[in-house]
Design a protein around this ligand. Structure first.
Ligand SMILES: Nc1ncnc2c1ncn2[C@@H]1O[C@H](COP(=O)(O)OP(=O)(O)OP(=O)(O)O)[C@@H](O)[C@H]1O
Length: 318
């Protein structure tokens, strides 16, 4: 895209976005997005999480120009989607969920066609460089139908990059992709982020979001229910697990421990406590276990993770 004098603080800025799908047959109208406001900081690696049907694809499809919003504003790289649609669209590359590639084209041909669609002059095309970035140089001239699922996914990433957008959106990019290929894709996407590309990712793999993304937004029933840095979100969860292995054989939960949210792990001869550090101190639990006449031989604690936050937020609003 054309070079800009100033770079916006936010790569994407969404204000008061609503989407109402019209009724279809016997299906009533559906409010898929309700007053969504969201800022994606420039340079961030941003995760958009939500259960099925939460509205993630609707949001991405609005940015891609595939779905018309009902109201609200969307700015992509400071370009308003209503007033400067072409420039807004040039600032974003979208990697779709489906592996829809023409099987009779080679990766090189597909990238050339895509560059043509975006009006990238021949002299400015970076086909070889992009193929190298996604690790497909040696497949440049093979038919797309001969590529593995993981290679096709990387080819879709390459397609989204031909017009050098400063923002890359990946919609569930690793669904059905095996672990090794997932790692390869992430290595490449991480490198792009380190070189300055803003990445917006939707995923069902929460551990992936936790590991890769510095910002997380959670959307549920069309509303943003959380948005923060990953570190802050993790700090906010009030939930821990404490596992205590004891010397005495356990067959039932001692009555004195019934006040806690505790279960038995018979395989490890251990008591597992789920507790909220803001309400219960670890000392209280340890004292109760000792009062029950048990000798602790081992102890471990687990912090809450993104999965816990996700469940807390999406369950309570269900
Ligand atoms: N074209 C449409 N017409 C009517 N309703 C729709 C349409 N597309 C999506 N919806 C509804 O809007 C809501 C949000 O759907 P959307 O596809 O945006 O969710 P999602 O978070 O992307 O889910 P998934 O992870 O399953 O793709 C759902 O209730 C869905 O059934």
């Amino acid at each position: 895209m054309a070079p800009t004098q100033t770079q916006p603080d936010n790569a994407i800025e969404i204000r008061g976005l609503n989407k109402q799908y019209a009724p279809r047959g016997s299906q009533p109208a559906k409010q898929a997005l309700k007053d969504v406001s969201l800022s994606v900081p420039r340079g961030s690696f941003f995760a958009l999480l939500g259960p099925n049907g939460a509205g993630k694809s609707t949001l991405i499809n609005i940015m891609a120009g595939l779905v018309r919003k009902s109201s609200g504003s969307v700015k992509i790289w400071d370009r308003d989607l209503d007033r400067e649609e072409r420039d807004a669209r040039l600032a974003i590359g979208i990697v779709p969920q489906e592996l829809n590639l023409d099987p009779f084209f080679t990766p090189r041909e597909l990238l050339e066609v895509q560059a043509g669609l975006y009006g990238v002059p021949k002299a400015e095309r970076r086909t070889d460089e992009i193929l190298a970035t996604v690790g497909l140089s040696d497949k440049a001239d093979s038919y797309a139908r001969t590529l593995s699922g993981g290679m096709r996914r990387r080819l879709l990433v390459a397609k989204a990059m031909v017009h050098t957008p400063p923002i890359l959106v990946l919609d569930e990019p690793t669904a059905g992709v095996d672990i090794e290929l997932r790692q390869q894709l992430w290595t490449q996407v991480k490198a792009m982020n380190q070189r300055g590309t803003t990445i917006l990712l939707t995923t069902h793999y929460l551990e992936e979001a936790e590991e890769l993304c510095d910002q997380v937004a959670i959307i549920n029933h069309g509303q943003v229910v959380a948005h923060d840095t990953t570190a802050n979100l993790l700090r906010k969860v009030d939930g821990k697990t404490l596992t205590l292995t004891v010397a005495q054989p356990l067959s039932a939960l001692p009555p004195g421990l019934a006040v806690f949210d505790a279960t038995l792990n018979t395989a490890r001869n251990a008591l597992v406590f789920h507790y909220r550090p803001s309400k219960t101190s670890i000392a209280e639990i340890l004292a109760a276990v000792q009062n029950a006449g048990l000798t602790i031989t081992d102890l471990s604690t687990e912090e809450a993770d993104l999965q816990d936050i996700f469940l807390q937020l999406t369950r309570s609003a269900a």
